[in-house]
Design a protein around this ligand. Structure first.
Ligand code: GDP
Length: 196
């Protein structure tokens, strides 16, 4: 699959207003500032496909991209802003769990986590919902270039250990959009999901 051909399709204000539940979708989720946009851009080898560093509090949309006809990459809004009102957090939880559990097109989820701050509360919720829905997850430990090789493999081990408490199917990949670490491995896994 040639990710460089990925094109923007449409935005939806919420999950209920997404296009029809057809084709194959892989969703990207992650805390804001976790490097989600940069990861999507690195995987698709395009600088400005996903918007990086959107301002907190601005209208946050679900963005749909097509890697190929009927093979979609779904960029979910970043989460984890402390300043977000409680009612909005509840709404996020409801629509996120619904999407993960009901969307037929969804084949798997990619969760971006800063390698220095993995597995925060919202990340764990996503993991709970995706395992409940039998969806495999790829965990990208982003900004891996911030750590030396030893600290990187230590972080990888720790995350794998923490994940053993969830009984889902996970692949953990140290990733750097800046240095190209883990990009090819991620593309290979995504290609497999898209062709399953
Ligand atoms: P998003 O909010 O999750 O979409 O995160 P962004 O992709 O906008 O990145 C958040 C911040 O992390 C930005 O300042 C990026 O420049 C930085 N960043 C993203 N990827 C990397 C990376 O691979 N290495 C480093 N060192 N910083 C990164």
């Amino acid at each position: 699959l040639d990710f460089r051909q990925t094109k923007f399709v449409t935005s939806a204000p919420d999950i209920r207003q997404m296009p029809p539940d057809n084709g194959i979708e892989i969703a990207f989720a992650g805390r804001s500032n976790s490097g989600k946009s940069s990861s999507i851009n690195a995987i698709c080898d395009q600088k400005h496909l996903a918007k990086t560093s959107s301002t907190p509090g601005r209208t946050r949309l679900i963005n749909l991209f097509a890697v190929q006809a009927n093979k979609f990459l779904v960029d979910l809004p970043g989460y984890g802003y402390a300043a977000v009102p409680e009612a909005m957090k509840k709404q996020w939880q409801k629509s996120m769990s619904e999407y993960l559990q009901k969307r037929k097109a969804l084949r798997g989820i990619v969760i971006t986590m800063d390698i220095r701050h993995p597995l925060k509360d919202h990340d764990r919720l996503i993991l709970d919902w995706s395992t409940a829905a039998n969806l495999p997850a790829i965990i990208l430990l982003t900004k891996a270039d911030k750590l030396g090789v030893n600290a990187r493999s230590k972080a990888l081990k720790e995350v794998k250990l923490l994940l053993s408490e969830f009984d889902g199917s996970f692949t953990v990949i140290p990733f750097s959009a800046w240095r190209g670490i883990g990009v090819d491995e991620t593309r290979k896994l995504l290609s497999m999901w898209y062709s399953s």
